[in-house]
Ligand binder design. Structure first.
Ligand code: NAP
Length: 306
C-alpha cells in the first residue's frame, strides 16, 4: 500500500497532523516508537498555558490528543524508524523500520526532541539511581529529601516547583544570574521557602557509588567549589531535536533542527517537518499543535501537484 501520508512521531505535532489528515480524508499512518512515546507532554506534570485548559495534566492532555485522533480513525503502528529513502525520482518516500517497510507520497517528520545531557562525571553512571531527567516521573521517590534541579528554562522551574511540594529542600542550579523561564513561573518559584537559588553555578560532578550521594558545584564567577548534600539531581538543561534519522537526507541548522518554516515545507518536495524538531521561535505544545494542522494543508497542496 502507498499511503497519502506517513507521520513519524506521536507527540502533539504528530497527533494534530493525524487529526487533520483524518478530517481531510487522507490515507494516513502514524509510526511511533512506543505507545505515546513521542511527546514530552506526557512527562509534564501540569500544563498551564494551553488555551482553554488551564492546569490540565500533561499526560491527560496527550491522551486527549490521541483519543481524538483514534476517534477519527487514525492508524498507529508502534515501531522504530531506522532510515528514510526516496523512490521513483522522489515521488515515493520509503520508511524503513526494524521489520517492515512503509511507503507514502508524503512524509511528516514529527519526532520531537530528547533531553540534553550535562556530560559531567557521574551523570551517566547514576541515571536512574538519583539522576533523573523527569521530575514528574521520579519526583515521588524523593519525598522529604533534598534534591537539586539544574537549568534555568521553563522545564527546570516547573520541575523545581513540582519537587518543592514534596521535598525538604530544592536547590536550583543555574549557570547564569537570571532565569530564562516564563515570568509567571519565576514568580511562583521565588515564593517557595524551601527553594534555594544557586546563580552562576555549574555542576562539576555527581559523586556516588550506586546512588547519588551529593553534587559538586562550582561558582563560575569566583571559582569556589562546594559540595551539596542531596539525594537526587534533576537535569533540565533543554532538549536536542530527534533528527538522527534524517541527517543525511535534509539540511539541519547548527542545533540539529530541520530547516522548515511554519508551513513545514523542507528542501525535499513531499517531506515536511512539524513540532519541536524544526527551526522555530517558540517551542510549546500550542505551537507544535499548530504545526500539525498547518502541515496537512502543505501535504494537500503537494498531493494536488502529483
Ligand atoms: P530551554 O528553554 O532551552 O532552557 C534550557 C536551560 O538549560 C537554560 O536555562 C540554559 O541556560 C540551561 N542549559 C543549557 N545547556 C546547559 C548546560 N550544558 N549546562 C547548564 N545549563 C544549561 O529548555 P527547556 O526548559 O527544556 O524548554 C524547552 C522548550 O520547551 C522551551 O522552548 C520552553 O519554552 C518549552 N516549554 C514550555 C513550557 C511552558 O510553556 N509551560 C513548559 C516546558 C517547556 P541559559 O539560560 O544560560 O541558556
Amino acid at each position: 500500500m502507498i499511503y497519502d501520508v506517513i507521520i513519524v512521531g506521536s507527540g502533539p505535532a504528530g497527533l494534530a497532523a493525524a487529526i487533520y489528515a483524518q478530517r481531510a480524508r487522507l490515507s494516513a499512518l502514524v509510526l511511533e516508537k512506543e505507545y505515546m512515546s513521542g511527546g514530552q507532554v506526557v512527562n509534564t506534570y501540569e500544563v498551564d498555558n494551553y488555551p482553554g485548559l488551564p492546569g490540565i495534566g500533561g499526560f491527560e492532555l496527550g491522551m486527549k490528543f490521541r483519543e481524538h485522533a483514534e476517534k477519527l480513525g487514525a492508524q498507529f503502528v508502534n515501531i522504530e524508524v531506522r532510515h528514510i529513502a526516496l523512490e521513483d525520482e522522489g515521488r515515493i518516500k520509503v520508511v524503513y523500520t526494524d521489520g517492515e517497510e512503509y511507503r507514502a507520497r508524503t512524509l511528516i517528520l514529527a519526532m520531537g526532541a530528547s533531553y540534553r545531557h550535562l556530560g559531567v562525571p557521574g551523570e551517566k553512571e547514576l541515571t536512574g539511581m538519583g539522576v533523573s531527567y523527569c521530575a514528574t516521573c521520579d519526583g515521588a521517590f524523593f519525598k522529604g529529601r533534598k534534591v537539586a534541579v539544574v537549568g534555568g528554562g521553563d522545564v527546570a522551574v516547573e520541575d523545581a516547583l513540582f519537587l518543592a511540594r514534596g521535598c525538604e529542600r530544592v536547590y536550583l542550579i543555574h549557570r547564569r544570574d537570571e532565569l530564562r523561564a516564563a515570568g509567571i513561573l519565576q514568580e511562583q518559584l521565588k515564593k517557595c521557602e524551601n527553594v534555594e537559588f544557586l546563580w552562576d553555578t555549574e555542576v562539576v560532578s555527581i559523586p556516588g557509588e550506586d546512588h547519588v550521594e551529593c553534587v559538586k558545584i562550582r561558582n563560575k564567577k569566583d571559582g569556589t567549589e562546594r559540595v551539596l548534600d542531596i539525594d537526587g539531581v534533576f537535569i533540565a538543561v533543554g532538549t536536542i531535536p530527534n533528527t538522527g534519522i534524517v541527517t543525511k537526507l535534509l539540511h539541519l541548522d547548527d542545533n540539529g533542527c530541520i530547516v522548515a518554516s511554519e508551513d513545514g515545507v523542507t528542501e525535499i518536495p513531499g517531506i515536511f517537518a512539524a513540532g519541536d524538531l524544526r527551526t522555530k521561535q517558540l517551542r510549546q505544545i500550542v505551537t507544535a499543535v499548530a504545526d500539525g494542522a498547518n502541515v496537512i494543508t502543505s501535504v494537500q497542496t503537494y498531493l494536488n501537484t502529483l
